[in-house]
Ligand binder design. Structure first.
Ligand SMILES: [Zn+2]
Ligand SMILES: [Zn+2]
Length: 86
């Protein structure tokens, strides 16, 4: 794992990077959407962000402004997924 892929999590120390919208990072029960084709990085966002993303036809300035993607670690990502999945 290269240093570029590492995030230093306040709870978990050096871990793999993951990106989520600000809603699922702190909320729960908001839905949890992941990309159809997962890339190298972990990504997840809530149902509301998915509605905006679809309305915008994908990620653009408007949908990204709504999501306000934050960087977290892979363990926090899994915790967010569990908290927010229906
Ligand atoms: Zn969201
Ligand atoms: Zn973490």
């Amino acid at each position: 794992m290269s240093e570029k892929q590492v995030v230093h999590c306040g709870s978990h120390g050096p871990r793999r990077r993951a990106y989520v919208c600000r809603h699922v990072a702190h909320g729960s029960g908001l839905g949890f959407v992941t990309p159809d084709e997962p890339g190298d990085n972990l990504h997840g966002w809530c149902s509301a962000c998915e509605r905006v993303r679809r309305a915008c036809g994908g990620w653009d300035d408007e949908s990204e402004a709504h999501a306000q993607i934050v960087l977290i670690c892979d363990l926090c990502f899994e915790a967010a997924r569990k908290r927010n999945s229906y």
